[in-house]
Design a protein. Structure first.
Length: 185
């Protein structure tokens, strides 16, 4: 079923919308959640939470890109579950590693709030990514949005792990400078 038709089912409050969305995007959403959580049961729960979130959000929202909408809901649910699970202990896993890598170029959100809100920070980062070459942008998103391992990105893009690491390092430095230029840092 086409995304537009699935969204129309959501808008019409037809429960088939959840089944159709799950059928089409379950694998995609599970991949996002597994990259963050590394646990099948928790990931399945996050995907179900994302589908329920879509049911609650559509309407009033009318997503243009259903995959991105469900992916974002899944990612947020997985990050919330990850944070709850790791609140009292030192974080481990690919999500923690990728977030730690960004610590050097993205300021602490508590410090940012006095200068810029999270939505503005997101917009500045989006603008930065639009200015990057497509391959670099994809590498950055695979690592920091989808929390993919370096080795997975390397295989997927047919680029050596060393090149991936150096590309990410250069992009983090460029992002830090861009944030400074935009007055966010």
């Amino acid at each position: 079923m086409q995304d537009k038709a699935i969204v129309e089912l959501f808008l019409g409050r037809d429960e088939r919308a959840i089944r159709e969305a799950s059928e089409k995007y379950n694998h995609y959403c599970m991949h996002i959640s597994m990259n963050i959580l590394g646990n099948i049961e928790d990931s399945e729960e996050c995907v179900n939470d994302a589908l329920l979130g879509a049911w609650r959000a559509i309407p009033p929202h009318h997503p243009e890109n259903l995959a991105a909408f469900l992916g974002k809901l899944t990612r947020n649910a997985a990050i919330n579950k990850y944070n709850a699970r790791h609140a009292d202990k030192r974080a481990a896993g690919e999500y923690a590693v990728s977030i730690h890598e960004l610590d050097e170029c993205i300021p602490d959100i508590r410090d940012v709030e006095s200068h810029v809100d999270a939505a503005q920070l997101e917009q500045v980062i989006d603008n930065f990514l639009r200015e990057q070459k497509a391959d670099n942008r994809n590498i950055f998103l695979l690592r920091y949005y989808y929390s993919c391992q370096i080795s997975d990105i390397s295989r997927r893009m047919n680029i050596s792990e060393g090149t991936i690491k150096s590309t990410l390092s250069r992009m983090r430095n460029r992002l830090k400078n861009y944030l400074k230029k935009e007055g966010v840092w």
